[in-house]
Structure formats: structure tokens, C-alpha cells
Ligand binder design. Structure first.
Ligand SMILES: Nc1ncnc2c1ncn2[C@@H]1O[C@H](COP(=O)(O)OP(=O)(O)OP(=O)(O)O)[C@@H](O)[C@H]1O
Ligand SMILES: [Mg+2]
Length: 276
């Protein structure tokens, strides 16, 4: 079920003195199973764009469809789950369990299947059973975000969309969230992440979309994104470029620590063979 955006334009407060054009003629497709990063400066239209993916906003011009259905159809809400930047904006249940059960029960799922879905979603994000009956607002910010993610996962969506998921998380929480995203992606769900600072996430991505002033100014592979100079490269890529400039013959098209380690080992091995 791909998300297809065709010639989408959107303005806030149209036809008034406060009219603000937020998206201009956007066309993009996201396939099930892709890991997509959406970056860009503040106010470039990232949140406005993703709110069209499950009909929270409706296009003023153009179309957004999911597997051929209009994005505002109820069924799409089950297929495209959006987690907002501030989880407290989407949590409202009296308990963690109720919150996560809300989506599927709204689609008529009851009994054992509901219990199974809630337990599966909470387990995926690592929320322990002792917390099932706790009010979500008594949790830490990181835990609330995990519950908000579980609330979307209990719908068993094809696409998980997250707005600034790493903002405000400490390194430990960041690491575990990245592990969860990787796991979900490996299960075939597409993961679509909006972020100001996408360099931490580039190693996971299949595709990068960069927005400027309501338009897409770049769409392509992470490596081409780094080469395009739209954003600072990840620290590990800068290090490899620096080593190369200093005369060490390493590749500089690298953005994971593991690949950097393997590349440095390769060069070291070659040098040793040369010396013998
Ligand atoms: N509810 C609203 N009413 C009026 N204008 C809005 C509203 N929400 C957003 N805008 C304007 O639309 C434009 C795009 O906003 P949007 O929130 O999509 O940007 P963003 O890329 O998500 O920014 P950020 O990185 O700060 O979250 C901005 O100029 C913003 O001021
Ligand atoms: Mg935003």
C-alpha cells in the first residue's frame, strides 16, 4: 500500500489576511517497507506534509492516496499511523493499556485479538507489564513516546510516521528507539521520520526527502544527499573525508561506524601486505 502524493498544495487560513502557503506542488511516493527521512529547516512544511498522509489535513490542490484510497478515508487511519512530536498530544487513556487498545477497538476489534494486539505492541516497544495499568501521564517523556508508538502499532499499520522522534530523548532512550525502528523496518513496515537533524538516522535510511519553503528540494539516496551538501554530513563521514585529505587512502562515502572500522582495517591490512 504505497502513499502517493500528487501535486499537493496546502495553505493555512486560505482566503483570509492570515493565509499562509505551507506546501507547494509536492509530488512524492513512499512504498511499504521503505525507511524514509524527511528533513528541512524549521517552517519548511515537514509536519504539514505528513499530516496529509492519513487525512489529518486535506489537500487544497492535488491528491494524497494510500493504496488507491483517499487519505482521509477511515480505513487509511489503520494503515498509516502518525506519532506526534509531543506524545502528550495523543495520549488520553486512563491507563497505558486503554490508550494502546483505543485504536483497534475503534475498528471493532474485541476480546482475545484486542488483548493480543495490545500486548504485542507494548512488547515491541519494551513497555513492561507492570506499567499496563498506570496512567500514561505519570510516565517519563521517553516512556510516553513509547506508549504513543505502541498505540499506533496496535493498529498493525503499513506505515509508521514519526515527527521529531528523537527530540528530547537522552542517549540511552535514543539508542533504544533506533533499535525499535530498525526492528519494525525489518518486519516490513515503512518507517517515515521527520527530523531537523537527520544525520543520526542516515545509516538506516533508504531515501531522504529535503524540504525548503514548502517544496521538495532533494529526493534520493542518503549517499547522494550527503554529496548534495544540503546538510552537514554525519561526524563519521567527516572523519573519513578528513583522513582522506590527510593522505590516508580510505573511502569517504561511509556513514556508519561499522563501515568506517572495516574500511580502516582494510587499509591497514593492505599496508601490512605492502610492507612484507
Ligand atoms: N496551524 C497553523 N496556522 C497557520 N500557519 C501554520 C500552522 N501550522 C504551520 N503553519 C505555517 O506553515 C509553515 C509550515 O509549517 P510546518 O509546521 O509544516 O513546518 P515544519 O517544517 O514542520 O517546521 P518545524 O521544523 O519547526 O516543525 C510554516 O510557515 C508555519 O508557520
Ligand atoms: Mg514540524
Amino acid at each position: 500500500m504505497p502513499i502517493d502524493v500528487k501535486e499537493l498544495s496546502y495553505s493555512y487560513n486560505p482566503g483570509t489576511a492570515l493565509e499562509k502557503r505551507a506546501l507547494q506542488n509536492i509530488s512524492v511516493s513512499i512504498n511499504r517497507g521503505e525507511f524514509v527521512l524527511i528533513g528541512g529547516d524549521t517552517g519548511s512544511g515537514k509536519s504539514t506534509l505528513i499530516r496529509h498522509f492519513n487525512g489529518l489535513l486535506r489537500p487544497i490542490c492535488g491528491h494524497v492516496t494510500v493504496g488507491g484510497m483517499q487519505a482521509h478515508e477511515k480505513h487509511v487511519k489503520a494503515k498509516v499511523g502518525i506519532v506526534f512530536q509531543f506524545p502528550q498530544d495523543q495520549l488520553f487513556g486512563r491507563t497505558v493499556y486503554e490508550d494502546v487498545a483505543f485504536g483497534p477497538s475503534n475498528f471493532g476489534i474485541r476480546g482475545e485479538e484486542l488483548e493480543e494486539r495490545v500486548a504485542e505492541a507494548l512488547e515491541l516497544v519494551g513497555i513492561r507489564e507492570e506499567l499496563y495499568n498506570v496512567p500514561p501521564f505519570s510516565l517519563s517523556g521517553g516512556e510516553m513516546r513509547l506508549v504513543a508508538i505502541a498505540g499506533v502499532l496496535s493498529m498493525r499499520p503499513d506505515h509508521l510516521v514519526m515527527d521529531e522522534p528523537l527530540a528530547g530523548l537522552d542517549p540511552g532512550n535514543k539508542h533504544s528507539l533506533l533499535r525499535i525502528l530498525k526492528e519494525l523496518h525489518s518486519q516490513g513496515i515503512s518507517v517515515i521520520i521527520v527530523s531537523h537533524r537527520i544525520s543520526d538516522l542516515l545509516p538506516l535510511a533508504d531515501k531522504v526527502i529535503w524540504m525548503e519553503d514548502g517544496r521538495i528540494s532533494f529526493e534520493g539516496r542518503p549517499q547522494d544527499f550527503i554529496d548534495s551538501g544540503h546538510s552537514l554530513p554525519p561526524a563519521i563521514t567527516s572523519l573519513m573525508k578528513d583522513l582522506r585529505q590527510r593522505g590516508i587512502d580510505v573511502r569517504d562515502d561511509i556513514f556508519t561506524i561499522e563501515d568506517a572500522f572495516n574500511e580502516i582495517c582494510r587499509v591497514k591490512r593492505e599496508k601490512m601486505v605492502h610492507r612484507q
